[in-house]
Design a protein around this ligand. Structure first.
Ligand SMILES: Cc1ncc(COP(=O)(O)O)c(C=O)c1O
Length: 481
């Protein structure tokens, strides 16, 4: 390592960021910085060593991976305690801020297929369990609506979609903190289509899109497929996407859009505080960057107070709000929606070109279900079940997984993100679990840059003895790895 007059110089065998990391780890080793101490800020270090901010971020990411330091939201980086924190909400390591082109992963397709395979115990499947869905009621409503409405059930409802449904969706927007008109709602074939249309309306091939890390793997694949580059911004369970890192990213690269899951995100279960949502919207608006907000889990809060949305702070029409009924009523209905501000017209055009319209029968059934008040009643019971399931699953993970395992404790949704001790190979665990008839989602799918190798995503949408036995088996497999 070469350090001349406090400046680090490249030219040696090690890379510049490795030299910076070595310098800081040396100071920790010597006791200059002790557990709990704040290490110099990225800006300070960048000035001190005369290296770029990017280099310091890379160095800090390396030190996080080595578990020497940790990031605390809005506060900076701190030397980690050597004592493992068990069952504390997880603070994931920060990804290095560097655009990467996603490669379509075979594993991703395999995991998705396995998730819905009825022969496997679904420990990773992020869909509601059928037992908790109002299937009989929906079937009755669907049959009577189709009888009653004649051709409306068989003809196209051209974008923006079936009006009666759009009225119901617009009314419910108040609960998510904003008001909108039925004419501003675009019905889509699920939330995934809403996000796809939003990406196509805001980006062109080669553009960079900022996303959270870890992030829902299907969206990462979609970004790749559109020829976009994903810029992974660290996210934490308590705060969601790091605004500090996003700010740096915006300073350094041209970002065409930002995609976040604002409430009970997948996989961290993050709930962005309202103030952070406002800051996020304002930051992006200052740079005229569209925000694509996925709020698919927002209605699944454990309590009566539904969290607000980034959309409620949108004054420029730059936030594209996306959601669906897949996590709450019926994933197979394939009904979602977007409220897209200034992009509404373009998204309607793209939707018409892609698939003309969303299927009619399910739009009719959902409009009636929402209009007759079945939804709120269903949600109240469903939220209670999910809160109990999640707590039981977390207890079981604590009981059966290796010491040193940590996990998130979300206040809504049904996803649990589990960090096993360093070195536990999540992909090996995934394969071994499959051999035992269990499907999980391995952590590496949630990043583009070889991260989360010792993480898995579990789903607590169902809880019974069989699931508990599955968690026990998984824990035993993890211990033996
Ligand atoms: C964050 C997120 N968005 C969208 C989806 C899929 O939505 P849909 O089935 O409505 O297309 C999922 C499913 O896992 C999800 O977790």
């Amino acid at each position: 390592m070469t350090m001349i007059n406090g400046q680090i110089h490249s030219g040696g065998a090690t890379l510049l960021y490795e030299q910076v990391a070595l310098e800081i780890s040396g100071l920790i080793e010597q006791g200059t910085f002790r557990a709990g101490d704040r290490v110099p800020s990225i800006r300070q270090l960048s000035r001190r060593f005369d290296v770029s901010i990017n280099t310091v971020m890379q160095a800090y990411t390396l030190l996080e991976d080595q578990r020497l330091i940790e990031a605390r939201p809005q506060s900076g980086y701190y030397v980690r305690s050597r004592v493992p924190e068990i069952h504390e909400p997880e603070l994931p390591s920060r990804s290095f801020i560097k655009p990467a082109t996603v490669t379509i992963s075979e594993l991703c397709q395999q995991v998705m297929r396995n998730m819905m395979n009825r022969d496997l115990l679904p420990l990773g499947r992020a869909v509601p369990d059928s037992q908790n869905l109002p299937i009989d009621k929906l079937n009755r409503i669907m049959a009577s609506e189709l009888r009653r409405r004649g051709e409306e059930g068989v003809q196209y409802h051209m974008p923006p979609g079936y009006e009666r449904l759009r009225v119901q969706i617009a009314r419910r927007a108040i609960m998510a903190g904003f008001s909108t008109a039925p004419g501003d709602v675009l019905v889509t074939s699920g939330c995934v289509e809403a996000v796809l249309l939003a990406l196509r309306a805001t980006c062109r091939a080669g553009d960079t899109i900022a996303v959270e890390s870890p992030f829902y793997f299907n969206f990462l694949q979609m970004i790749a497929d559109l020829g976009l580059k994903a810029l992974e911004i660290p996210s934490t369970p308590r705060e969601g996407i790091s605004l500090e890192a996003l700010r740096y990213a915006i300073e350094q690269s041209k970002i065409s859009a930002c995609l976040v899951i604002s409430n009970f995100g997948n996989p961290l279960g993050s709930l962005m505080p309202e103030e952070r949502k406002r800051e996020l919207v304002e930051l992006l608006a200052r740079h005229e960057i569209p925000l694509i907000e996925d709020d698919i889990y927002g209605d699944l809060v454990f309590g009566n107070e539904r969290p607000g949305t980034a959309k409620s702070f949108d004054t420029k029409g730059l936030v594209i709000y996306c959601s669906s009924f897949s996590k709450t009523i019926a994933p197979g209905y394939r009904v979602g929606w977007a409220i897209a501000g200034r992009f509404q017209g373009e998204m309607e055009r793209l939707k018409m070109m892609m698939n003309i319209a969303t299927a009619s029968p399910t739009q009719l059934a959902l409009a009636e279900f929402l209009a007759t008040g079945g939804y709120d009643h269903h949600l109240r019971g469903f939220r209670r079940i999910l809160a109990r399931n999640l707590s039981q699953m977390a207890d079981a993970v604590a009981r059966y997984f290796p010491a040193g395992t940590r996990m998130t404790r979300p206040s809504g949704g049904f996803i649990l993100w589990v960090e096993m001790p360093p070195g536990t190979d999540a992909i090996r665990l995934y394969h071994q679990a499959l051999e035992r008839g269990i499907s999980i989602v391995p952590g590496p799918l949630f990043s583009l840059s070889n991260k989360y190798g010792n993480h898995i995503r579990l789903s607590a949408s169902r809880w019974d003895e069989q699931i508990e036995r599955g968690i026990k088996t998984l824990g035993e497999l993890a211990m033996a790895l």
